[in-house]
Design a binder for this molecule. Structure first.
Ligand code: SAM
Length: 240
């Protein structure tokens, strides 16, 4: 955090945005997006829809996973000049399976005088957990599983973590998944003899759906209604 002596070194606001429903934005997020000098966005077209809805006009710059490190120098220079920069991603909280963490690390390391503030708001992770009905005293978030290398190892870790005789006593695991791989993931969880999963789809959107059961039951559900294998998914693997 900045101190009163070095406040001239600018401010980086890391702003959470809606995960579907454009009304899910805080008053503070709107005020920040209106007040900043520039918005760095994962995809400027996506954020433009939100800005148009709230009649916010701001210079936009792209900052995605591929450019996050390369553009850090530009952002550091702007912060050093005292600018107020807002960082947003396409949906939810930056840095959660999204760009942001590497930029924040650079600013912390190289510009200790700059203020870094979080403007908290939605995340698919907390949104899904809040309506899953699982014990969240402890949980593990693993984001997207690796597609190829390391996938089997990750699945093995999941199986171990949810077991009641694991060192932690069994804790739920939360994953993000795309529609292209959801069936593959459910088949893999079925092979691990996972007893119960909760699948949260299209949270905060018109087709929001939360279903629970064995991976096999989930597979049966999606084969009966293939039209629902679309959108965005959070998968919670319940502890035994
Ligand atoms: N930073 C975001 C957050 O805070 O949730 C996550 C970004 S990650 C690239 C996108 C993934 O989040 C999707 O593939 C899906 O797994 C999950 N996700 C995002 N929005 C969602 C929604 N409305 N319903 C269900 N899952 C969602």
């Amino acid at each position: 955090m900045g101190t009163s002596l070095d406040m001239a070194q600018g401010k980086l606001s890391v702003v959470a945005t809606p995960i579907g429903n454009l009304e899910d934005i805080t008053l503070r997020a709107l005020r920040t997006l209106k007040a900043c000098n520039v918005i760095y966005a994962e995809d400027t077209r996506v954020i433009s829809k939100l800005l148009a809805r709230y009649e916010i006009k701001k210079p936009l710059q792209r900052l995605d996973a591929a450019t996050e490190v390369k553009k850090a120098d530009d952002i550091l220079a702007r912060l050093e000049a005292g600018e107020h920069i807002a960082l947003v991603t396409d949906a939810g909280t930056p840095g959660i399976s999204d760009p942001g963490a590497r930029l924040v690390a650079q600013v912390r390391k190289r510009l200790s005088g700059a203020t870094i503030e979080a403007i908290p708001g939605p995340s698919a992770l907390t949104t899904a957990l809040s309506i899953a009905g699982v014990d969240t005293t402890g949980f593990t978030f693993m984001g997207f599983l690796p597609h190829k290398k390391g996938r089997q190892t990750a699945l093995g870790k999941i199986a171990a973590m949810v077991r009641s005789d694991s060192p932690q006593g069994g804790i739920p695991v939360v994953l993000y998944e795309s529609p292209h791989r959801i069936l593959k993931l459910l088949r893999e969880l079925n092979a691990l003899e996972i007893s119960r999963v909760i699948v949260a789809r299209e949270l905060t959107k018109i087709h929001e759906e939360v279903i629970a059961g064995t991976p096999d039951e989930m597979l049966a559900h999606f084969s009966a209604r293939p039209d629902t294998v679309r959108g965005e998914f959070v998968v919670i693997i319940e502890a035994r």
